[in-house]
Design a protein around this ligand. Structure first.
Ligand SMILES: *[C@@H]1O[C@H](CO)[C@@H](O)[C@H](O)[C@H]1NC(C)=O
Ligand SMILES: *[C@@H]1O[C@H](CO)[C@@H](O)[C@H](O)[C@H]1NC(C)=O
Ligand SMILES: *[C@@H]1O[C@H](CO)[C@@H](O)[C@H](O)[C@H]1NC(C)=O
Ligand SMILES: *[C@@H]1O[C@H](CO)[C@@H](O)[C@H](O)[C@H]1NC(C)=O
Ligand SMILES: *[C@@H]1O[C@H](CO)[C@@H](O)[C@H](O)[C@H]1NC(C)=O
Length: 436
């Protein structure tokens, strides 16, 4: 009977501690946060919504994985009693590494506050490359917490830093969108601010799909229905590479890149090496080079020479299937009735992005490589980026759908799941249903 008494005592003790701890800590401390994402079928942008201001209003935003921070249109109907501009020399300005202090007022309608003695940043619309130097401010934000399986309580961040941009900057963004949610490698991106506000490890994950998806702030688990399989348990890791020169539409000298780069050393199609000039992948002057991930590019964009090499070898490996005319922006298209299907999409050659060693690779299956453009036409979903792109390989949205990507900023590494379709689940299979 000793063991059970012992258990009873420890049970009572833990009950006691649990009660005291929860009493001395009245405010709820979330383990992780979740931001639901949906794909807009016409713009192919991934959209999310954040509740901001006092009183709270839902603000629709385009998700930008490499974006520097949150920026929203403050010119059209920004009403909030909790908005605070960041004063020059303040902690906010230095965290944001601003290089501009506005003196008198400079813009026609200084909303929501005066520009005098406030610091500014370049707000960057990475879809249309529209940018503008605007006021840094802070306002109230609320977001849903999660335990990794279900949505939980709503939590608040009182002084969330963002840039107050202008209406003209919304050019090229999906209908109803009022700004962009930047998840990039800065001290004021959404992941950085949420980690700081709730003392999370500096980690976040994205799981996108052609329908529903999410951004998770903080650590896993990421339990996907129907079997509640925890995707965080089976990730493959590769180093995240910091590009010390800005790759934004506009920047100041010395600004670093907020984009996430990985080290692709070679590309294989059906196990065959794609021949191209590897020097392109090295980082060079002015931020050139490397492989980055993007959610504002709907499809992977390759340097012209790499694109040509991949298309040539892919066509050769799939030469048994009748080709049909290319459908812009894609060159390589097929009659899909002649291609079989697998749990991971059309039965086409796999494309491997070979990373730090020959046995670490990101394998792209048919569901992520092929795009259905017409009823019986599918195309290889990669786009020719021309002879002189800043970044020779940009992995786009279609290629990351139903793949969970975890960004561990403290350890500078990326964890990737490969296609969740293999595990009979998808990024749409998180329990997004909130009872609140
Ligand atoms: C601008 O701010 C400075 C410092 O806070 C102040 O001295 C000055 O009077 C202000 N100018 C205007 C036009 O408000
Ligand atoms: C989803 O989460 C809600 C809210 O926590 C919960 O009530 C519901 O039972 C969950 N559904 C499933 C299928 O787990
Ligand atoms: C960026 O990196 C390059 C190559 O590693 C180095 O030569 C250069 O000095 C760095 N620039 C800055 C601004 O740190
Ligand atoms: C490879 O690319 C680099 C950088 O663009 C260039 O300087 C070099 O001449 C190229 N090499 C070959 C063999 O084309
Ligand atoms: C695809 O192949 C089927 C069967 O051979 C044919 O009926 C159809 O017209 C083809 N479609 C195109 C776009 O070539």
């Amino acid at each position: 009977m000793v063991p059970s008494n012992h258990h009873l005592i420890s049970f009572l003790l833990s009950l006691f501690f649990f009660t005291t701890v929860s009493q001395s800590q009245p405010s709820f401390r979330p383990k992780a946060l979740i931001l639901p994402v949906t794909k807009d079928p016409s713009s192919l942008q991934y959209l999310t919504q954040l509740n901001q201001r006092t009183p709270l209003v839902p603000v629709k935003l385009t998700l930008d994985l490499g974006g520097q921070y949150l920026w929203v249109d403050c010119e059209k109907g920004y009403l909030s009693s909790s908005y605070k501009p960041a004063l020059c020399g303040s902690a906010q300005c230095s965290l944001a590494k601003t290089k501009t202090c506005f003196s008198e007022c400079c813009f026609s309608s200084p909303k929501p506050g005066s520009y005098n003695n406030t610091c500014g940043l370049i707000a960057d619309n990475t879809v249309s490359q529209t940018y503008s130097l605007r006021q840094l401010g802070q306002d109230f934000v609320s977001i849903q917490s999660t335990d990794g399986s279900n949505p939980g309580k709503i939590v608040k961040v009182p002084n969330f830093i963002f840039t107050c941009a202008a209406t003209f900057m919304l050019q090229g963004l999906a209908k109803g969108v009022e700004g962009m949610a930047g998840l990039g490698w800065t001290k004021i991106s959404l992941p950085a601010q949420f980690s700081a506000a709730f003392s999370f490890r500096r980690k976040f994950a994205i799981c996108l799909s052609s329908g529903k998806g999410a951004v998770f702030f903080g650590d896993g688990p990421y339990n996907m229905l129907p079997t509640n399989i925890d995707i965080s348990k089976s990730l493959i890791y590769t180093p995240l590479i910091f590009n010390n020169v800005s790759t934004a539409s506009a920047s100041f000298a010395g600004d670093t890149s907020s984009d996430y780069f990985i080290g692709v050393n070679s590309i294989k199609v059906n196990g065959k090496n794609v021949q191209f000039n590897k020097t392109l992948l090295q980082f060079g002057e002015y931020g050139f080079g490397g492989t980055k991930m993007s959610t504002v590019q709907p499809y992977t964009v390759l340097h012209a020479s790499i694109h040509k090499a991949v298309v040539t070898i892919f066509a050769k490996e799939l030469s048994g299937v009748p080709r049909v005319a290319g459908v812009g922006p894609f060159e390589l298209c097929y009659n899909s009735t002649a291609i079989g299907s697998t749990p991971v999409g059309p039965a086409v050659p796999v494309i491997d992005l070979v990373l730090q060693s020959s046995n670490v690779y990101w394998r792209i299956y048919g569901a992520n490589s092929m795009v259905q453009v017409k009823e019986d036409v599918i195309c290889l979903g990669i786009v020719d980026g021309g002879e002189n792109p800043t970044t020779p390989i940009v992995i786009g949205g279609h290629q990351v759908e139903d793949n969970l990507l975890q960004f561990d900023l403290a350890a500078s590494k990326l964890g990737f799941s490969s296609s969740l379709l293999f595990r009979q689940t998808s990024c749409a299979n998180f329990n997004y249903t909130s009872t609140a």
